[in-house]
Design a protein around this ligand. Structure first.
Ligand code: FMN
Ligand code: SF4
Length: 472
């Protein structure tokens, strides 16, 4: 789909059946950036990426050219490029599609980035479960070797590059860049103390750039079209285009490639609206580790600055949409179970804290909690935020604190009724339309007609004790 709002660059030819082959990539100008880049001085390539304003697409939004510039030059050490394709955050689903639909754009980007940072070895670390993507990527790498784009003396430039596709064992923490490096070296993936940062002592203690798949895949188009072309899209501080991955209660879920700064309202329009007959209740702007937002944030420009000002993070632009059939406590419990499972165990606040958060949320969701446990959730979250060894801990508490901020009443409704007021089946994507109507909700679900009618149902004796707030 092309509209003025969308800027299909990486996705431009995904609808062609052979889009993943070298032939298709070259048909549309693929591998034309490579001779241009190899004909430039390494520093000029770095400068070009800096000038484009490209910021890392892996979550933190660190300027890509600046990161490349941190690699010490003339140090006599080997340098490495590591492409982070671990993609495991709930909701994030853009890097695997890039590798499936057009692996060559990633390979071309990796060759150019390696040249710029003077690396002769590069690795693409792919989440182990996506074997189909690994196979396709490996096949594309083989094609690139055969065509002389990888290996020795690439295109007669004198530049050599070995590119290795490495399958991880399937751990979310191995997406954290230093845990990834430990895993790549053959150890258990756990974050490293920083400093030193990977740019100084990364893979095998040598200077290393770690970049996300989408960041690296964006590089060939910047080389071909120039930094001004890229910077003309997006906003002043959040330049360019990016993937917006819509999932959940939306009529046309999928990848929408658009300039940064587009709003969720515009994206929902492009995606055919929220599930028919329903309203947006809450959403994540960048995966489950970014604080949730609500319908009042529909017009927030989706760039790093504006989403930050709205109290969340742009993250990976994984827009998970939840309509009014969703129980917030249940959704947050599911995410927290994920973080507790994926906690690597290295530091106490996250290892112990995520375990206890799950226990409390599970009780609350079943309506068996106590009112003071809401404060306990916040207290434990406070002891994790900023005190854990890596950002997994901070991410784990983001859905909890933000959901209590926006939906405290709904937590209390569970306590006061002694059970979840929602019909869990109504929020499933396969729910029959009759189940999805507001009448299909449990009669006392917040927002359901009965819930608005005082006395429609006699709530069970509150378990929360005196002082607990009203639920509706
Ligand atoms: C728990 C955790 C998981 C992460 N997972 C990924 C991932 O799967 N892919 C990714 O690119 N970055 C991930 N990151 C961010 C990386 O540490 C790193 O910032 C990123 O790869 C840098 O690339 P960029 O500058 O191109 O964005 C993760 C961070 C944390 C804390
Ligand atoms: S915050 Fe969690 S994932 Fe990160 S080091 Fe500590 S225990 Fe491991």
């Amino acid at each position: 789909m092309t509209t003025d709002l969308l800027t299909p660059v990486l996705t431009a030819h995904w609808d062609e059946p052979d889009s993943y082959t070298m032939a298709a990539y070259k048909r549309h100008g693929g591998y034309e950036a490579l001779p241009t880049a190899l004909g430039m001085h390494q520093d000029a390539v770095m400068q070009l990426v800096k000038a484009s304003g490209l910021r890392g697409r892996g979550g933190a939004g660190f300027p890509t050219g600046l990161k490349w510039g941190f690699i010490p030059q003339g140090d006599g050490k080997p340098h490495y490029l590591v492409v982070n394709a671990d993609e495991s955050e709930p909701g994030t689903c853009k890097d695997v599609p890039i590798m499936l639909a057009n692996p060559h754009v990633l390979i071309e980007g990796a060759i150019i980035a390696s040249y710029a940072i003077r690396a002769t070895h590069a690795f693409i670390y792919v989440r182990g479960e996506v074997l189909h993507a690994i196979r396709r990527l490996q096949h594309a790498v083989d094609e690139a070797y055969e065509a002389g784009y990888l290996g020795r003396n690439i295109l007669g430039s004198g530049f050599d590059l070995e590119l290795v596709v490495h399958a991880g064992a399937g751990a979310y923490i191995c997406g954290e860049e230093t845990a990834l490096l430990d895993s790549l070296e053959g150890r258990r993936g756990q974050p490293r103390l920083r400093p030193p940062f990977p740019a100084v002592a990364g893979l095998y203690a040598a200077p290393t750039v770690v970049n996300n798949v989408e960041s690296i895949a964006s590089v060939p188009s910047i080389v071909v079209n120039g930094p001004d072309w890229f910077a003309a899209m997006g906003t002043e501080k959040s330049a360019g285009f990016g993937f917006f991955s819509l999932s959940g209660h939306i009529n046309r879920p999928g990848q929408y490639e658009a300039p940064l700064g587009i709003t969720l309202r515009q994206l929902i329009d492009l995606a055919g609206g929220v599930r028919s007959g329903h309203e947006l209740k809450f959403w994540t702007p960048g995966g489950s580790s970014t604080p949730i937002l609500t319908a009042e944030h529909l017009d927030v420009p989706l760039d790093f600055e504006a989403v930050g000002a709205a109290g969340s993070l742009l993250g990976t632009r994984a827009l998970q949409i939840f309509d009014d059939t969703t129980c917030i406590v249940r959704a947050v419990l599911r995410w927290t179970e994920f973080y507790a499972h994926e906690s690597c165990g290295k530091c106490t606040p996250c290892r112990e804290g995520t375990y206890w958060l799950v226990q409390i949320l599970d009780r609350l969701e079943r309506g068996e909690g106590k009112a003071d446990e809401l404060d306990q959730l916040l207290d434990i979250s406070d002891n994790i935020l900023g005190r854990a060894f890596c950002a997994l801990g901070d991410g784990a508490v983001a859905p909890i604190t933000s959901s209590i901020e926006y939906f405290r009443d709904e937590y209390l409704a569970h306590l006061n009724r002694g059970r979840c007021p929602f019909d869990a089946a109504a929020s499933t994507l396969f729910a029959a339309p009759a189940q999805q109507t507001p009448e299909g909700l449990a009669p006392d679900a917040p927002g359901s007609p009965a819930a608005e009618t005082p006395g429609a149902e006699t709530p069970p004796e509150p378990t929360a004790g005196p002082g607990s707030a009203s639920d509706d």
